[in-house]
Design a protein around this ligand. Structure first.
Ligand code: GAR
Length: 219
């Protein structure tokens, strides 16, 4: 696919909580670093603090409470309907703590990215920072990847590494990883939305270059 730098892709950002990655994506779009038109920030939790942050940034918000649906599939069908109704063409998960089923993913095939606070395939699932500490990893980080039908298993777009310090707690480690998340996600999403990043089998190519993340931070 050739690069389409000026076209703004209509996207949705899905959250469940605080929404700091959402803010970094919205800010990048508003500053012209991300070729995205953020149509909606949607949460599955009505009390997600990120909803107010999105409103403050002038972005429409929506709530689809998963507890109102009898099955995951029913929730996912309603979610896909809602996003299609708003003209959304691409979806960025940003702390959206629900596994999406094929009912959703088949309708947005190859058009969903996620950010995970570990260097996948290490430490998938929940509490990734705690898993890295408990395992004794000396380097961890974050990963932006396409979402497929597994848990944190899709092709990797970009990764940034963070050293683990002797005195790290789950909180201090999470905070340093989060800094890298905020930097990495807009870069990775931009590479995908412009067509620069391409999936070739399990690999994503075309992301190398000036926006490529550096090695482990200085610690
Ligand atoms: C982020 O650290 C994100 O990587 C993580 O949740 C946090 C959300 O923070 N996601 C996962 O663990 C997904 N398995 P935020 O709401 O401030 O962006």
């Amino acid at each position: 696919m050739s690069e389409r730098p000026t076209e703004r892709v209509p996207i949705a950002i899905l959250i469940s909580g605080r929404g700091s990655n959402m803010v970094s994506l919205v800010t990048a779009a508003q500053e012209g670093r991300l070729s995205a038109d953020v149509r909606v920030v949607l949460s599955n939790r009505p009390d997600a603090p990120g909803l107010a942050r999105a409103s403050d940034l002038g972005i429409p918000t929506a709530v689809l409470d998963h507890r109102a649906f009898a099955t995951r599939e029913a929730f996912d069908a309603a979610l896909a309907d809602e996003l299609e109704r708003r003209g959304v063409r691409f979806v960025a998960l940003a702390g959206f703590l629900r596994v999406l089923t094929p009912v959703f993913l088949r309708r947005f095939a190859g058009r969903v990215l996620n950010i995970h606070p570990a260097l996948l395939p290490s430490f998938p699932g929940v509490h990734a920072q705690r898993q890295a500490l408990e395992y004794g990893a000396r380097v961890t980080g974050c990963t932006v990847h396409f979402v497929d039908e597994g848990v944190d298993t899709g092709p990797i777009v970009a990764q940034a590494a963070v050293r683990v310090r002797d005195d790290d707690t789950e909180e201090t480690l999470a905070a340093r990883i989060l800094e890298q998340e905020h930097r990495l996600y807009p870069l990775a999403l931009q590479a995908v939305l412009t067509g620069r990043a391409r999936v070739v089998g399990r690999r994503v190519v075309g992301v190398e270059g000036p926006g490529d993340p550096p090695g482990p931070d200085a610690g």
